[in-house]
Design a protein around this ligand. Structure first.
Ligand SMILES: C[S@@+](CC[C@H](N)C(=O)[O-])C[C@H]1O[C@@H](n2cnc3c(N)ncnc32)[C@H](O)[C@@H]1O
Length: 302
């Protein structure tokens, strides 16, 4: 087995990724990207295990053994880009809240939440009365979740266990599942079954992608070098200031990784026509999909 770059090996995970507690290693071994690859190999025996990763290119963000400090800084930078330098996250939160109100949803589950940027904005929204906010991830960011749960008791109820959204869950018919900048991480051959799983998991689904697979969107990715170099300045005085100075200035690995992951993320995106085609059967006549494409973003809901 493989991940390009050789970060995972066949068999069990030997080191604890992302600082997970030892008790989570078994879950990680059973529910990780490796498993996705195995499942694919089962369904397509002719395909050599690992081919999925090679075809899907390679993002640092997906690597199991990327140091927690780098992963954390990448997620903070993504939030800074999408909330500070453009209002993508604010628009996503506003549209998710509109949808939740319109469809009388009682829960908004942020899947693949990272540091939970959508939950943060939704919690601040005065319209959220009575709506439970549930951030979760395959690699839950416990510190961010805990801070949000403490700031908004009774409103933010994170899932601290690992939640792989490529598998079916029961969030309920009155739940809205929201995915921000995460669906493109699912390998192409697993996307259909992932869409089926998410569709069955919640009464409504919204996918927000902050990039597109177009030359202009790829070109715009290179401007993210500006927020990447400014991140330590904005974060002065807050938790992780030294880490950001180290990883963005002294040893600028994070700006380089961010640019690479940004370009690969663009190349992994589906076109609006592809989204329509894929969802035609899965969403069914009761949940006709809506696809809205901007120059540098895409929103799909069903
Ligand atoms: C680029 S980050 C985006 C994080 C966050 N949504 C944001 O906008 O800042 C992608 C996130 O998706 C998560 N992820 C990828 N595949 C996943 C899966 N199958 N199940 C749950 N989370 C997943 C990763 O752990 C990561 O936190």
């Amino acid at each position: 087995m493989i991940i390009s770059g050789g970060t995972l090996s066949t068999g069990r995970v030997e080191r604890i990724p992302f600082g997970l507690a030892a008790s989570n290693v078994e879950a990680y071994n059973r529910g990780s990207l490796e498993l996705l690859d195995e499942r694919l190999a089962e369904q397509h025996p002719a395909m050599e295990k690992g081919a999925v990763w090679i075809m899907h290119l390679f993002e640092f963000n997906d690597l199991a053994h990327i140091p927690a400090s780098i992963r954390q800084t990448l997620l903070e930078l993504m939030e800074s880009c999408n909330r500070g330098f453009r209002s993508f996250n604010q628009r996503a939160a506003s549209e998710a809240m509109d949808q939740a109100k319109q469809k009388s949803c009682r829960t908004i589950v942020e899947l693949g939440a990272g540091v939970a940027p959508l939950t943060k904005l939704l919690a601040e929204d005065a319209r959220q009365t009575g709506i439970r906010l549930v951030p979760c991830d395959l690699f839950p960011d416990v510190a961010s979740y805990r801070a949000l749960e403490q700031s908004y008791p009774g409103v933010v109820k994170p899932l601290y266990s690992q939640v792989d959204y490529s598998r079916q869950h029961d969030f309920g018919p009155d739940a809205l599942a929201a995915l921000v900048g995460t669906f493109h991480h699912i390998p192409p051959k697993l996307r259909k079954q992932t869409l089926q799983a998410i569709t069955k998991s919640a009464g409504r689904v919204m996918v927000f992608e902050p990039l597109r697979n177009t030359p202009i969107s790829i070109f715009l990715v290179f401007f993210s070098i500006v927020p990447a170099l400014l991140l330590p300045l904005f974060g002065m005085g807050s938790r992780g200031a030294l880490r950001r100075v180290l990883l963005c200035w002294l040893l600028p690995v994070v700006p380089c990784i961010f640019l690479w992951d940004g370009v690969v993320s663009c190349l992994r995106q589906w076109s609006p026509a592809r989204w329509q085609r894929e969802l035609r059967e899965i969403a069914g006549p009761t949940r006709p999909p809506t696809v809205t494409a901007g120059i540098h973003s895409l929103v799909v809901s069903w």
